[in-house]
Write a protein that binds this ligand. Structure first.
Ligand code: FPP
Length: 255
């Protein structure tokens, strides 16, 4: 994983990591995941890319379970970017329907576990109305849950979010001398959400791909070679163990 050995010496193998293998402190308050590698997972099996997305559902649910095991209160999943409209039309159509059906099939289960579901991204004309309706229903159903907030970044782009914040600044009539980081942050999609402490990207790609550009300023990044459909909570636990060995300085110096 990433640039470090997969296991700490003498530690348990990653395929058997459980929540108790993760030190109780520090646990990241917010973990964000780039669910990458579904297409490659399917191609390796001679399957259409869409089968890879379907297989990614189990990974998503297990990652959420892992977050609950570790008492991580915020988790954000990159499900569809503002650039993913460039994918083949069939795949885009599949992903819209898949996200809708995933919500219908899984929202009660997530609700019972105390998960609040929210969506970050643009609600533009390209997102089918029925998908928006399911998103709104899931948000309404789970809005009082506080055990964990699962934010699905859907039709989301980090640059688009900053553009939208700037538009709000202008619409609010904020003069240039009153524009500061606080003014921008308060106009992001979810100002109440803490910045991610840890970002996990699967499939061996080492990039951010327009994810949470404002919020990732001081996040710790962990890259895992596992393809998203094979991701399970053990990979999350391992990523948290890597995180626990990092020294966060925020531009300052280590004591
Ligand atoms: C960024 O890479 C990755 C994403 C935006 C994640 C996309 C994930 C899905 C479409 C599947 C969602 C799965 C479930 C289970 C809901 P990129 O490919 O957009 O960017 P890149 O070209 O820089 O790699």
């Amino acid at each position: 994983m990433g640039f470090e050995p997969a296991d700490v010496s003498g530690g348990p193998r990653r395929d058997v990591l459980t929540a108790t293998d993760v030190a109780p402190d520090p646990i990241p308050v917010h973990v964000a995941c780039v669910m990458d590698g579904n297409g490659r997972w399917a191609a390796r099996r001679g399957l259409p890319r869409t089968e890879g997305h379907a297989a990614g559902e189990a990974a998503l649910l297990d990652a959420v379970e892992g977050a609950l095991d570790l008492r991580i209160p915020w988790i954000t999943m990159y499900a569809f970017s503002t650039e993913n409209w460039r994918r083949p039309a069939d795949e885009v159509r599949y992903l819209m329907g898949f996200n809708e059906s995933l919500l219908v099939r899984r929202r009660d289960e997530l609700h019972e576990k105390g998960v609040r579901i929210r969506f970050a991204g643009r609600r533009d004309w390209r997102v089918p109305r029925r998908v928006l309706r399911r998103m709104d229903e899931s948000t309404a159903l789970t809005k009082h849950n506080r055990r964990c907030t699962l934010t699905m970044a859907f039709n989301y782009g980090g640059r688009a979010e900053i553009v939208d914040a700037v538009r709000k600044l202008v619409a609010d009539g904020i003069p240039p001398n009153k524009i500061n980081e606080k003014a921008i942050r308060s106009r992001l999609y979810f100002p109440d959400q803490p910045d991610p402490d840890l970002v996990v990207r699967t499939s061996g790609e080492h990039r951010i791909s327009n994810f949470l550009l404002w919020q990732l300023a001081y996040s710790e990044l962990v890259f895992d070679d596992v393809l998203w459909p094979d991701f399970r909570r053990t990979h999350l636990f391992e990523a948290v163990r890597h995180y626990q060995r990092r020294q966060r300085r925020y531009g300052g110096v280590t004591q």
